[in-house]
Design a protein around this ligand. Structure first.
Ligand SMILES: Cc1ncc(COP(=O)(O)O)c(C=O)c1O
Length: 639
């Protein structure tokens, strides 16, 4: 236990800390929150002696150090007990990642270089940075630098790690990777004092919330108590302001969709149907969309006029910037064709790039509507199964070679793959592209799930690799999945080949495609320019749901195998371990567990024993569903 007693700090005539008392118990995580300028960072800086406190002391075991009378060795002792992670990582610019980490091992812990290197390797592995150990800070992203900074703080082997707004200087899309590392440390019972403005994270990771205002600790409680039942008016209004102002993202809240026109809920509309039945099939989320999108919609509705509309250059510019900034894919705005939805984009491409009776290859299991779209265009589906390797679905070039014929003209890829959650690596994409090249095929890649990438997997636009090897490729994207607006946005079909683009434009012109409905442009721009924080928050929530789902299955019913998924909010589960017939299995899920799931056979031949679960729902609901399954497993004597 470390105890801070009556800590004061004044700058000029302004008291920033006014007598802070705090007991830091070993193995606990303290999240220090509160409005800006209330002394949170100063508190950490005083503990690490980056600022000299004016009054107060700290008790470390049986030693009490008075902040006003510190010797050099007291400062050294304090810094050995408290290691700091800064907002801007503060790495040495002339040292590589590993050199930054060995620095405290050599200077503070007096290790020799060999020993230090070994420990530094272990620490870099812990923060997922082994692959960049020899990189210099300037070549690392903000999130990577922060991870190295955390490894360096761990190297001190301090009793407490102090983290001062570790994500505030990061682009929103890099925040989660750093929060994940901190979460892992928390799980290993690392004692931490974290100044943060990430309320969702604080709630999830902290054992204690320390709410500061105006230089004082106003309230201290467990997250459950603090966030649901704050004791002071100040804490109440702080929490309220955060919820309203960051995002309307109470993803825990259950939204009643039963009586809306939701496709997912359509069979559950009638009043007499069993209220317990829960739909986990169609891939949309049980969450409201971002506040920016809601606001945009309200403004557009208020205009009250909804005649024919066309899209402006800004629409295409925003999409091309999004692709370049988030997915490193450079696209000229003129290479983007608007289509009303993803499947229309895909079917138009199939019609332009193949003839009736040609084959389109699908790597199965894959999104069910691909099958009907291909046959609807008068083409034939050529199924080629993926193979499962260590719980991950991947391609088999041998099988692809076995299946392909001269009638196979297109490979329709799903990247990342719905339902398996495979995020195709650059190497796999290269193999796929070379395969297409060898057989004179073109590639069309459906990337609508491209924002939901987890576990440090990296999404690569398939066309970027195909184009490198000289294969004609098209990409379909849309904000529909990412921002939960499939009925409000349009999709983009991106093709670099001018001839093919002209051919497709001609088909689209015939179908009156210059028109987009009144919400498309505003919603797309609000999504891509004003909803990134919301997207990161929803991703964070989904990632947690995926973890809970997988761990629960592994712990309670390991005979149901949940595939290792690095993307999407759907989980692909092999139920063959239950040894049931297809009919028995359906009865179990539908009648006993009362769940509507996506049936495996929608995704290809041979998958009737699989089910796809959509976990983009309230965590509370998910936990209830998991318990429900457990009860039914027990009742049916399956475990
Ligand atoms: C891979 C994939 N592509 C396309 C779609 C449908 O997208 P849209 O509504 O834009 O047609 C889905 C919907 O689940 C999907 O999973």
């Amino acid at each position: 236990m470390i105890e801070i007693k009556n800590l004061w700090k004044t700058f000029g005539d302004k008291s920033v800390l006014k007598g802070i008392d705090l007991k830091i118990e070993k193995g606990k995580v303290f999240a220090i929150i509160g409005p800006s300028g209330t002394g949170k960072s100063t508190l950490l800086r005083c503990l690490n002696v980056l600022e000299r406190a004016d009054k107060g002391s700290i008790v470390l075991g049986d030693k009490e150090i008075d902040f006003t009378k510190m010797s050099k060795s007291d400062i050294q002792t304090l810094r050995m007990h408290m290691a700091m992670v800064f907002q801007n990582s503060n790495l040495y610019r002339n040292k590589t990642a590993v050199e930054n980490v060995i620095e405290p091992l050599i200077t503070v812990r007096k290790m020799n270089k060999g020993e230090a290197l070994q420990i530094a390797d272990e620490l870099l592995a812990k923060v997922g940075m082994s692959h960049k150990k020899n990189a210099y800070p300037e070549t690392l992203s903000g999130g990577e630098k922060q991870r190295v900074g955390i490894a360096r703080a761990m190297a001190v082997n301090a009793d407490v790690i102090l983290l001062d707004e570790p994500t505030s200087a990061l682009d929103p899309e890099l925040v989660n990777e750093v929060l994940d590392v901190i979460k892992d440390l928390a799980k290993q019972h690392t004692t931490m004092l974290i100044v943060t403005h990430e309320m969702r994270f604080a709630r999830e990771v902290a054992d204690e919330i320390v709410f500061m205002e105006n230089g004082n600790i106003v309230e201290q409680a467990t997250p459950d108590i603090f966030f649901t039942n704050p004791q002071t008016e100040r804490a109440k209004s702080f929490i309220q302001a955060k919820v309203d102002d960051i995002y309307d993202t109470d993803f825990d809240k259950i939204i009643e969709r039963r009586y809306m026109n939701s496709y997912k809920w359509k069979d559950l509309k009638t009043l007499d149907i069993d209220k317990d039945i829960y739909p986990m099939w169609v891939a949309d989320m049980e969450f409201k969309s971002s506040p920016a999108i809601q606001r945009q919609m309200q403004e557009r509705v208020e205009a009250g006029i909804f005649g024919y509309e066309t899209l402006t250059p800004k629409y295409f510019k925003v999409i091309s910037e999004w692709l370049e900034n988030r997915h490193s894919y450079k696209v000229d705005a003129s290479e983007i064709l608007f289509c009303a939805d993803t499947m229309i984009g895909i079917s138009t491409y199939i019609q332009a790039a193949s003839e009736v009776s040609d084959e389109v290859m699908l790597l199965t299991p894959v999104y069910g509507n691909f099958f009907s779209t291909i046959t609807g265009c008068g083409r034939n589906v050529l199924e080629c199964p993926l193979i499962e390797k260590e719980g991950r679905f991947t391609i088999s070039l041998e099988l692809m070679e076995e299946k392909v014929s001269e009638k196979t003209k297109i490979l329709l890829l799903c990247n990342p793959q719905n339902p398996t959650g495979t995020v195709w690596t650059k190497d796999e994409l290269k193999d796929i592209s070379l395969f297409c090249k060898k057989h004179g095929m073109t590639l069309i890649s459906d990337e609508v799930h491209y924002e939901f990438i987890f576990n440090q997997a990296q999404h690569t636009v398939a066309a970027s690799i195909a184009e490198e090897v000289g294969v004609m490729a098209a990409t379909v994207i849309s904000p529909g999945k990412s921002f939960n607006v499939p009925m409000l946005s349009g999709a983009s079909l991106i093709i670099k080949d001018q001839k093919m683009r002209d051919k497709i434009s001609a088909i689209m012109e015939n179908l009156k495609y210059p028109f987009a409905h009144a919400f498309v442009e505003g919603v797309t721009i609000a999504a891509y320019t004003k909803s990134v924080e919301w997207l990161e928050a929803v991703k964070y929530y989904i990632q947690e749901n995926k973890r809970i789902f997988k761990e629960y299955f592994e712990t309670h019913f390991p005979q149901l195998k949940v595939v290792n998924s690095d993307s999407t909010y759907v989980m692909w589960v092999d139920c063959s371990g239950l040894n049931m017939s297809d009919a028995e299995l359906e009865k179990f899920w539908r009648d006993d567990c009362k769940l509507i799931l996506s049936h495996g056979s929608e995704f290809g031949t041979g998958y009737s024993q699989y089910r796809r679960f959509n976990v983009a729902c309230s965590k509370l609901k998910l936990e209830e569903i998991l318990e429900r399954i457990l009860k039914q497993m027990q009742k049916n004597k399956l475990i």
